[in-house]
Ligand binder design. Structure first.
Ligand code: PLP
Length: 503
């Protein structure tokens, strides 16, 4: 009798345990995102400082870039006090079509409702085939025979860049890669090896090699290296992101010819310049160049889902996937995931149907001219350059003795402070979010969502007129900010100005 009672108690316990295991999705209570966010309305910086990156929290708080953003739409962000900010940073060139574009959101929701057979593992993905076809059609040369006909999908820019190196090495049978001084291609171990910035490389070596750096926009230097015959690829951003450096007109066409003559692949990194950023769908188009390999990411999925892609000539793809045995030697689990693919297709649709690229060309021209009119003649402004909505404002040592004193003082304290002293009032007084273009440069970069309006462009010129204009007297407010920033404690966190960011 006792043993019967024991068995029935054990049975009941087992049943209770099984009941608490809820494999039926309907039986799991909903997850309330709104409630979760509301419960953490005030502790974002604390959580980041504790669990993610305390140094970054220090930098943002020091620079007054610690607004609590709660909403984003189009070219704007809103903080928790209801202030609207014009976003001149665009999530580091991710939100070309604007934040939270409803058409892309709707496409993603449709895809989720359709219960697609995502990531079948062994099996073909419908969505990635369609996106590959559309990407090739949109690429320089239109994806015709011999052109950019094949695609490899990845989950980020750097990962796609790693894959591009592998495709180039495997298809040429060579190892050496050429990259440019001041170039930026991502921070994975492979892509980092191509970055011409010691700030990112130091502390992580040894990196993959052989990699040789050549000056950007220097054809003789490029030819000297290519002539040795051991180069697999020359990797180049058509316009260098870290500083917005635009090459002379002959550079990329001639680089393409040289690569072809010497059997190396020309890899164009369009991760930042792609999808309308420079007023053309891809920056290579400004010079009529069709690279052998083109790497894209960032704006491709409208800012919703991580994505990256390597477009390449068919012969390169075939050289790598050359047999059944080698059919999977470059792959990644999430590369072709349905949500990224659908977001990519919807983003291409928005770019096309909304004529976003043409809009970027027009508003970019307006903003460039507006800025040149507003601040171009100021003694502290060296050059304002750009294509489309990728604009760099470079400052330089002024002639006037008193201004030069302020300039030298700040630069002696820290090479990155001057731009930051302009960006801070731009943020606090004009509610515009922008960034220093790189470590230790006097260049501010503007890469806003391409959907910003003509009025926004006028506002930007006016805001810079005020903030840069304030540098025209020394002592003056901007120099004061710089001085404050340079106090020992602040200098420690702002050195190299972390908010120069990944782009
Ligand atoms: C030109 C360029 N290449 C590569 C990358 C790396 O992309 P990701 O940050 O998605 O790895 C970036 C990112 O800023 C970039 O601007």
């Amino acid at each position: 009798m006792a043993s019967e009672r024991w068995f029935s108690a054990a049975h009941a316990t087992l049943r209770a345990m099984q009941d608490s295991i809820r494999t039926d999705p309907e039986s799991v209570p909903p997850f309330d995102v709104e409630r979760m966010l509301a419960a953490h309305a005030r502790d974002t910086f604390e959580l980041h400082a504790r669990h993610i990156n305390p140094a970054m929290v220090g930098v943002l708080q020091t620079l007054g870039f610690d607004a609590r953003f709660v909403r984003g739409e189009g070219a704007y962000l809103w903080d928790d006090e209801g202030h609207r900010y014009l976003d001149l940073l665009g999530g580091y060139a991710v939100f070309n079509i604007g934040r939270n574009h409803p058409v892309v959101r709707d496409a993603i929701e449709q895809a989720m409702r359709a219960s697609l057979p995502n990531l079948p593992g062994i099996g073909m993905f419908r969505t990635s085939g369609i996106l590959a076809k559309e990407l090739c059609a949109a690429a320089p040369g239109g994806g015709g025979p011999g052109g950019l006909e094949s695609v490899f999908f990845a989950s980020s820019g750097a990962e796609a860049m790693d894959a591009a190196i592998k495709f180039a090495r495997c298809s040429t049978g060579r190892a050496r890669i050429l990259a440019c001084h001041r170039g930026y291609h991502g921070l994975t171990m492979g892509s980092l090896a191509l970055c011409g910035h010691p700030e990112f490389r130091d502390g992580f070596g040894p990196l993959i090699g052989p990699v040789t750096f050549v000056p950007f926009d220097d054809l003789p230097a490029l030819e000297r290296e290519l002539r040795t015959g051991d180069v697999a690829a020359f990797v180049v951003e058509p316009i260098q992101g870290k500083g917005v450096f635009i090459p002379s007109d002959e550079y990329l066409p001639e680089a393409a010819r040289l690569c072809s003559r010497h059997g190396a692949a020309l890899i164009a990194d369009e991760i930042q310049t792609g999808f309308g950023r420079t007023g053309r769908m891809f920056a290579c188009e400004h010079w009529g160049v069709e690279p052998d390999i083109m790497v894209v990411a960032k704006a491709l999925s409208g800012g919703y889902v991580p994505v990256g892609a390597v477009l390449m000539r068919e012969r390169i793809n075939r050289a790598v996937f050359d047999s059944m045995q080698n059919c999977s030697r470059i792959q990644t689990t999430f590369g072709q995931n349905d949500l990224a693919m659908v977001a990519g297709l919807a983003t291409l649709h928005v770019l096309r149907e909304g004529k976003v690229v043409e809009h970027a060309a027009r508003v970019g021209e307006l903003m460039l001219n507006g800025l040149r009119r507003a601040i171009g003649a100021m003694p502290i402004v060296k050059e304002i350059r750009g294509k489309g909505l990728m604009i760099g404002i470079e400052f330089g040592r002024p002639e006037s003795l008193s201004l030069r004193m302020g300039w030298d003082l700040l630069h002696k304290l820290d090479q990155s402070l001057f731009c930051q002293a302009i960006l801070m009032p731009l943020m606090s007084d004009h509610r515009m979010l922008a960034q220093v273009a790189a470590h230790r440069v006097d260049i501010i970069k503007l890469i806003p969502p391409l959907v910003m309006s003509e009025t926004d462009a006028d506002d930007v010129a006016r805001a810079f007129e005020k903030t840069v204009g304030a540098c025209n007297q020394f002592p003056g407010p901007v120099w004061e900010i710089g001085k404050k920033l340079s106090s020992a404690a602040l200098r420690r966190v702002s050195r190299g100005v972390g908010v120069a960011g990944p782009s």
